[in-house]
Design a protein around this ligand. Structure first.
Ligand SMILES: C[N+](C)(C)CCCC[C@H](N)C(=O)O
Length: 288
């Protein structure tokens, strides 16, 4: 099994992640809290109250976990294509796989990475939602002191299952949308590249950016539900399940609730995924 894809997936994921984390914090806050009037208001309040560091809350765990998560995504995707079409990464420009195969391989990668991502994503969302400024003398400490403390408290209170809160919504969010992600990327690359040649860096950047954009636009409704289920019992009410969360959110806040965070998600998705795909392709290319 070729392992280069796993390593390239890891490095490219980490680069994209750091670039996108401040946007991600604003998105999570807008989706789960009702105190902000919009993106700018949320940014201003976060900066005033918590300084620049506020935007990087909850980043250490994703950085550690991206090694597993993005390498599973890209590694499984590439190896699934190998199984379906009997072509390696290097051979795929000369013999391009069908879009159905690309979609199935993307969904498989999305499904498997969702399970690895679930506990890390839960902890990220919980920490991002702690709006207290950095500990000052005399002020009450935040609920979680850091990622390890957060994981340990959830584990103690709810057992291992607690760490997978919202995992079902996350899997539903990622399985089809990762298929869309890779199909968009492949389609755009093929549109602007002569047959049999490798896409230029500019093409990879634009195709990667649009792949991120289309997959996040389609993923946003379930992203909102996922974040709310992960916060259930803390700042949100407790839901009986995914459907209950959908229905009660829509009843209370209207259908617009499913598009919360869409603008910021899209603004984040383009640069993050442009960089992710460019570095992925570059690494695989330079390793031959
Ligand atoms: C499938 N879904 C839309 C959820 C994500 C697709 C892009 C994943 C990328 N690592 C990022 O963070 O943007």
């Amino acid at each position: 099994m070729p392992v280069e894809e796993f390593v390239a997936g890891w490095i490219s994921g980490a680069l994209g992640l750091v670039l996108g984390h401040p946007f991600d914090t604003v998105k999570v806050r807008l989706q789960t809290q009702t105190t902000y009037r919009g993106i700018v208001d949320c940014m201003v309040k976060t900066y005033r109250h918590e300084s620049l560091l506020g935007f990087f809350k909850g980043m250490s765990f994703p950085i550690a976990s991206i090694a597993v998560v993005n390498s599973v995504l890209f590694g499984v995707y590439s190896n699934a294509l190998l199984a379906l079409t009997a072509t390696s990464h290097q051979e795929r420009r000369a013999q391009p796989p069908s879009y159905t195969h690309v979609f199935i391989a993307g969904c498989t990668g999305g499904f498997l990475q969702a399970y690895c991502l679930a506990p890390f994503d839960l902890i990220k969302v919980r920490l991002q939602n702690q709006t207290e400024p950095r500990a000052k003398l005399g002020s009450p400490p935040p609920r979680y002191r850091g990622p390890v403390h957060c994981a340990a408290s959830i584990f103690q209170a709810e057992g291992p299952r607690g760490l997978f809160r919202g995992a079902w919504a996350l899997t539903l969010r990622d399985t089809p949308t990762m298929g869309i992600y890779f199909v968009t990327y492949e389609w755009l690359c093929r549109q602007s590249t002569p047959d049999g040649q490798n896409p230029s860096s500019a093409t990879v950047l634009v195709a990667g950016g649009f792949a991120g954009l289309t997959s996040w636009v389609t993923a946003t409704p379930l992203d909102v539900i996922k974040s709310r289920m992960q916060m259930a019992g803390l700042k949100q009410r407790v839901y009986r399940g995914l459907l209950d969360c959908m229905v009660s959110s829509a009843r209370q806040e209207g259908l617009g609730v499913f598009f919360r965070g869409l603008t910021i998600n899209s603004a984040r998705a383009f640069p993050v995924n442009a960089v992710t795909f460019l570095s992925y392709e570059y690494l695989l290319h330079s390793w031959g």
